[in-house]
Design a protein around this ligand. Structure first.
Ligand SMILES: Cc1cc2nc3c(=O)[nH]c(=O)nc-3n(C[C@H](O)[C@H](O)[C@H](O)COP(=O)(O)OP(=O)(O)OC[C@H]3O[C@@H](n4cnc5c(N)ncnc54)[C@H](O)[C@@H]3O)c2cc1C
Length: 486
């Protein structure tokens, strides 16, 4: 129920991705009537499953950080069981061989002995990286100033030398953001690195940070992350209208008004509270009238496009792959391959291995996926599905020796799927929030703000609703007083 004294509001959430659904749930829990408007014919956004060789597997996000609570808490709150990866070690293909991934912070080495043992770097690259311990603290400006920023790559180049950026940081950042190390904001993407470098040697201070965290780093869901959106809706309290594109937003004396539906059959919907949980470009369009300063900030946020290729191969045709004791591997861009990573889903997730048992004509099937596409490399994806499958198989053959013909394949394209956090992103987000907060009843959330991962997107939804409800109580308190004054 709404807090005593707070009138029940009609809250509209635009965008039924995981951020929008989390916001909708919070609003419903606060006692408001909630409608989620989603342009696609399904909820979930980047959380999506598809059948491959008869098994329903993730073709979008497939894991979430366990160290941040928001994702796993949401899953448990809607009755889902969290599962951790069966194997945690992943590899990196560097300098002609598959190497172990040394202990790192988004690829930035924290253990020079492990780095040397991994063989990821050349002897020269290693010698340069080892000099990091002798460098003074980096001058990154006032730590309290969100505008004081640098790219991750520039910071790592300066401290460890370019080989660390090229062979370790690029593949890690490429995996999470599909971004380029020398363009992504250090403060937004790897704030711990900024904090460590401002103190002195990253290796010395980072290596000394005790690993007190005992639990697994990642979590998933039995049946896939794609199960989460439907479970949030099934938990109740929300009304969802799919196939409903919101095309406009304006202020009226009574509140906010949304323009929905096709241009031939437009509909106006009045709302007391509106949360925009859409990607940056549609959010910018929707804010153009009510918060033009925020709109132009968000219009400047670029995105990267990626594709996920899922392959199903008979285990008997790929004995070496079947025996893999790793969750997959990353490929640095300097290796000049088409794929940037491969995830051995059958090895990483017990439920995927189970799903593959006896799947095709009674034969066990291994399900795995590759990902392709980095920011500014749209050309990689300008190929038909068959070509992306062929490129994946060719790279897998070259890098792992895999020589099996898949029994089924699926290509999922995510055009503009990942927002890019450019230098100054933290300050930009602060400006967006300030401008949006000037509009009573309005908030924004999603992957464009505080992190692209699922827990960060959910966290931004909690924050949006918290701030919206806090200010709403204030107006409810103040409106009658204001009206009594002459
Ligand atoms: C291939 C891929 C793999 C990923 N893997 C992981 C992973 O393993 N772990 C992890 O933590 N993160 C992962 N991510 C990132 C994470 O999945 C996303 O950042 C997150 O799910 C985004 O959630 P969101 O709700 O902010 O946005 P979205 O999921 O993009 O949802 C926004 C919704 O708004 C809708 N919409 C847009 N415009 C309108 C409009 N005008 N009117 C109505 N609706 C509209 C869209 O249709 C969409 O459903 C991955 C991302 C991709 C692309």
């Amino acid at each position: 129920m709404a807090a005593p004294g707070t009138p029940r509001a009609l809250a509209v959430v635009v965008g039924g991705g995981i951020a929008g659904l989390a916001a909708a749930r919070d609003l419903a829990e606060a006692g408001h009537e909630v409608v989620v408007l989603e342009a696609a014919d399904r909820v979930g956004g980047k959380l999506l499953r598809h059948e491959v060789a008869g098994a329903l597997v993730d073709v979008g996000a497939e894991a979430m950080l366990n160290r941040r609570a928001e994702g796993v808490d949401l899953a448990r709150a809607v009755g889902l069981e969290v599962e951790h990866p069966a194997v945690v070690s992943s590899r990196i293909h560097s300098r002609g061989a598959m190497r172990p991934l040394p202990r790192s912070l988004m690829g930035v080495p924290l253990d020079l002995a492990a780095l040397e043992a991994s063989g990821v770097l050349s002897p020269e690259g290693l010698a340069r990286a080892a000099r990091e311990v002798d460098l003074p603290a980096s001058d990154l400006g006032d730590p309290g100033d969100p505008g004081a920023d640098v790219t991750v790559g520039d910071l790592v180049d300066a401290r460890f030398g370019p080989e660390v950026t090229d062979r370790l940081v690029e593949p890690l950042l490429g995996g999470v953001y599909s971004g380029l190390a020398r363009e992504i904001s250090a403060r937004a993407a790897v704030p711990q690195l900024v904090a460590l470098a401002a103190r002195g040697s990253v290796v010395t201070h980072g290596g000394a940070v005790p690993t007190t965290y005992a639990g697994p780093v990642f979590a998933g869901l039995s049946g896939g992350m794609g199960a989460l959106p439907d479970a949030v809706v099934a938990a109740g309290g929300l009304r969802v209208r799919t196939g409903t594109t919101v095309r406009g937003l304006r202020r009226t004396p009574e509140g906010l008004e949304l323009l929905l539906g096709p241009t031939t059959d437009p509909e106006l919907l009045r709302a007391d509270l509106v949360v925009l949980a859409t990607p940056p470009a549609p959010t910018a369009r929707l804010l153009a009238d009510v918060a033009p300063a925020a709109a132009s900030e968000l219009a400047a946020v670029e995105t990267a496009s990626v594709a996920v290729v899922t392959l199903a191969v008979r285990a008997a045709d790929a004995p070496a792959l079947a025996a893999a004791d790793t969750s997959g591997f990353l490929v640095p861009p300097v290796e000049r391959r088409r794929i940037k990573a491969a995830t051995y889903s059958f090895s990483k997730w017990a439920w995927v291995r189970e799903a593959g048992r006896g799947l095709v004509d009674g034969d066990d099937v291994l399900l795995l996926r590759t990902s392709l596409g980095r920011h500014r490399e749209e050309r990689t994806l300008q190929a038909d599905d068959a070509e992306l499958v062929a490129a994946s198989l060719s790279d897998l053959h070259a890098l792992t020796g895999l020589d099996a013909r898949p029994v089924d394949t699926h290509v999922q394209r995510w055009g503009g799927g990942l927002p890019q956090y450019a230098v100054g992103h933290v300050a930009r987000v602060a400006r967006v929030r300030t401008a949006v907060a000037q509009v009573p009843g309005l908030a924004v959330c999603g992957a464009a703000y505080d992190g692209v991962g699922i827990p960060a997107a959910v966290g931004s939804a909690h924050r949006a609703v918290r701030e919206l409800l806090a200010t709403r109580v204030t107006w409810a308190d103040e409106a009658p007083r204001g009206m009594m004054e002459p």
